[in-house]
Design a protein around this ligand. Structure first.
Ligand code: ATP
Length: 235
């Protein structure tokens, strides 16, 4: 692995029961990069994130975080190393209010953001601290889901379709937030189906099909590759 690589995934295979879902996934994310996994529904993007996080018991291959091999580690150990996963379904506890949701995940490493820093990035959350999870809009839920992992001290953020189902103005806010987190030095792996959004935030894009990577497109070459991407993604 070369210097500056934060996450290196190679020959990653994963199964749900008898179903073999990941077939030799291979990609890397350098420190401070924003990288997307793009692909159609069912291509294996979410499964890749879960396998990296140790949430799929039946997996093999290699997942290296810096010099540390994660493939044999349980998910709580992986989280403690500083990887955080923000699931597509967001995982907000509806019976808890915004403050309780924000402060629920344990701090895993020193250096996480303070609540004040999180409120600066997501001013809406500060206004709604006492609101229950269920009372939030989709966009507010997404911001809460991301905000609470920033407290934990994680440095590698795995964000699964953060823009899914959100209005265009909220999608723009999520884009600005991702660019800000990059400026602050976070490394981000992003699952997306919308390459036009992905191109506003990411440095590179891996195309996933049938559980493996079939192509990699640097963001500065995306305009020359629009037709190809439309074919890959079926849009
Ligand atoms: P999506 O955008 O739909 O989430 P994806 O690329 O993230 O697409 P995955 O969710 O990783 O795709 O799913 C890959 C394959 O694994 C699909 O065929 C899906 O049906 C299957 N799969 C996902 N979760 C499970 C599960 N818990 N048990 C069995 N099969 C699953």
């Amino acid at each position: 692995m070369h210097n500056g690589t934060e996450l290196a995934v190679s020959e990653l295979n994963a199964w749900y029961g008898e179903s073999h879902i990941l077939h030799g996934m291979q990609f890397e994310v350098k420190k401070g990069e924003v990288v997307t996994l793009l692909g159609r529904n069912g291509a294996g993007k979410t499964t890749t994130m879960k396998a990296v996080m140790g949430m799929i018991p039946n997996r093999k291959g290699s997942v290296k975080f810096g010099n540390e091999e994660l493939i044999q580690l349980p998910s709580n150990r992986i989280a403690k190393l500083g990887l955080a996963f923000c699931p597509e379904e967001r995982g907000i506890f509806s019976s808890l209010n915004v403050y309780e949701n924000l402060t629920l995940p344990p701090i895993v490493k020193p250096g996480g953001m303070s609540l004040e820093e999180i409120y600066q990035i997501f001013p809406n959350l500060k206004e709604r601290l006492k609101s229950q999870g269920t009372k939030l809009s989709g966009g507010e839920q997404q911001m809460l889901a991301i905000g609470r992992i920033l407290r934990t001290g994680a440095t590698l953020l795995l964000l699964d379709e953060p823009t899914e189902g959100l209005a265009p103005v909220i999608v723009q806010q999520i884009g600005a937030m991702i660019r800000l987190l990059k400026e602050k030095g976070f490394t981000i792996l992003l699952v997306e189906q919308n390459f036009r959004f992905a191109s506003t935030v990411a440095d590179r894009h891996y195309i996933v099909e049938h559980g493996h990577v079939i192509d990699m497109i640097p963001n500065d070459q995306i305009s020359q590759n629009t037709k190809k991407l439309e074919t890959y993604l079926g849009v």
